[in-house]
Design a protein around this ligand. Structure first.
Ligand SMILES: NC(=O)c1ccc[n+]([C@@H]2O[C@H](COP(=O)([O-])OP(=O)(O)OC[C@H]3O[C@@H](n4cnc5c(N)ncnc54)[C@H](OP(=O)(O)O)[C@@H]3O)[C@@H](O)[C@H]2O)c1
Length: 249
């Protein structure tokens, strides 16, 4: 796998940054996608300084033309991707649906649903052509458990789960496989934005109430890496990663 190409969306911070660094440390040539070029470039430099190969590509994945151009740059500069990690997402601060802001809902649907569709639609055909590939979708516990105060976000992740369920059947036996990773409560800027700036006191049961109780993003990245590293031998179709259970007094 050394020298093969992996694409990571949302690579500039949070879980995606760790996934990118861990893949690069194992010899993958990593295309780093996000909107913020400064943070992407920093991740690229960290990878390069550690002896890895990375290409920072500023890309808003909700923009279909930008995604197409980005795919072309990856093909030209790195080669055809073997791995795609659909990691980028946006989560609005926790809120009651009846008090929600439709502009925030639109943002979540654009990134979590359309961004994922755009990138997958662009990259899957070349994987099918070379009969080799793994696509990992970052879902959430909210993708299988309808979650209050995260109603629309939870709906976007259910869409991702439905897409993956259908793809598993469509591409069976093609040499390309898809997997789901479902974290719950990870210490990232996204968690802070959604939970700590959200409707106080409304954190659903399965989400840790503060940053210190969250899973480390490195741990979720390790779960992703495990799926990638096993792809020659085994198809690990899903992994759930939630915070360690604590004894309730
Ligand atoms: N953190 C948690 O508690 C938790 C729990 C369950 C599931 N997850 C899932 O895990 C994944 C990563 O979450 P995270 O907490 O690491 O998120 P995060 O801290 O908010 O990071 C999000 C990443 O996505 C990028 N991004 C956002 N909008 C984009 C767009 N339109 N185009 C391209 N890139 C975009 C951001 O970079 P730019 O802003 O520079 O574009 C950033 O790199 C998500 O799918 C999330 O739903 C997280």
């Amino acid at each position: 796998m050394v020298g093969e190409v992996a694409v990571v969306s949302g690579a500039s911070y949070g879980i995606g940054r760790h996934i990118s660094k861990q893949l690069a440390a194992k010899g993958w040539h990593v295309a780093l996608l996000a909107r913020g070029l400064a943070q992407l470039t920093q991740v690229q430099e960290e990878i390069t300084q550690a002896g890895g190969v990375a290409l920072a590509l500023q890309c808003d994945i909700t923009d279909r033309n930008a995604v197409r151009a980005c795919k072309q740059r990856i093909e030209d500069d790195l080669g055809t991707p073997t791995v795609l990690i659909n990691n980028a997402a946006y989560v609005a601060p926790l809120h009651k649906f009846a008090e929600g802001n439709p502009e925030e809902w639109e943002k979540m649907i654009s990134v979590n649903v359309w961004g994922t569709l755009n990138l997958t639609r662009e990259i899957l055909p070349s994987m099918l052509e070379k009969k080799r590939g793994k696509i990992i979708f970052m879902s959430s516990k909210a993708g299988v458990v309808p979650t209050p105060y995260l109603a629309v976000h939870s709906g976007t992740k259910h869409m991702v789960e439905g897409l993956v369920g259908a793809l598993i059947q469509e591409i069976a036996g093609s040499g390309v496989s898809v997997s789901l990773v479902r974290p719950g409560g990870v210490a990232t800027p996204g968690y802070t934005h959604a939970v700590e700036s959200g409707d106080g006191g409304s954190v659903p049961d399965w989400i840790p109430g503060n940053f210190d109780e969250c899973i480390k993003p490195e741990t979720v990245a390790e779960a992703v890496l495990f799926i990638v590293e096993q792809m020659e031998h085994a198809d690990i179709s899903e992994i759930n990663v939630t915070a360690n259970t604590k004894i309730k007094e």
